[in-house]
Structures are given as structure tokens and as C-alpha cells.
Design a protein around this ligand. Structure first.
Ligand code: SF4
Ligand code: SF4
Length: 69
């Protein structure tokens, strides 16, 4: 599944809940030098949206790319 994960860096408070709740957290999520999280290896994502549901500031969008194989 081709998924795109967009994190609004302005909203991210670096709580790490996306990493904690994601079944593939250590594979997908990384923290940048500012302590903000981003989806690094999005190919492991299976679109469960746990991360988006848990994010306290609604910073995460999980989008399925429709026109890709
Ligand atoms: S759950 Fe949301 S606010 Fe917390 S680190 Fe992840 S993206 Fe940032
Ligand atoms: S949608 Fe699910 S698998 Fe994908 S990054 Fe979020 S919690 Fe992880």
C-alpha cells in the first residue's frame, strides 16, 4: 500500500506517541534534530492510523496514494 504520512512540524510537540503507538514504530518513525517526529520509512506503514488518532495536537495525516501500484 502506498501511504503518505504528513506531519505538521508546527504542531508536533515531540511527545513520541506516534512512535509508541505504531506497530512498526522503530521502523517508521524517527526524531529529527529539533525533537520533532517524522515518518522515515513509510513503506512499512499499513494505514492503521493509530498514530494520527493518538497524536495530541492532530499533527499527523495518513493519506493513501490512489494512483500508485
Ligand atoms: S504524536 Fe504528534 S505531537 Fe507527538 S511526536 Fe508524534 S507527531 Fe509529534
Ligand atoms: S498508520 Fe499505523 S502503521 Fe502507519 S505510521 Fe501510523 S501507526 Fe504506524
Amino acid at each position: 500500500m502506498a501511504v503518505e504520512i504528513i506531519v505538521d512540524r508546527e504542531k508536533c510537540i515531540g511527545c513520541g506517541k506516534c512512535y509508541d503507538v505504531c506497530p512498526k514504530g522503530p521502523l517508521i518513525w524517527k526524531k529529527d534534530e529539533d525533537g520533532k517526529y517524522y515518518a522515515y520509512s513509510v513503506e512499512y506503514c499499513h494505514n492503521c492510523k493509530f498514530c494520527a488518532g493518538r497524536c495530541p495536537t492532530n499533527a499527523i495525516q495518513v493519506l493513501v496514494k490512489k494512483n500508485e501500484k
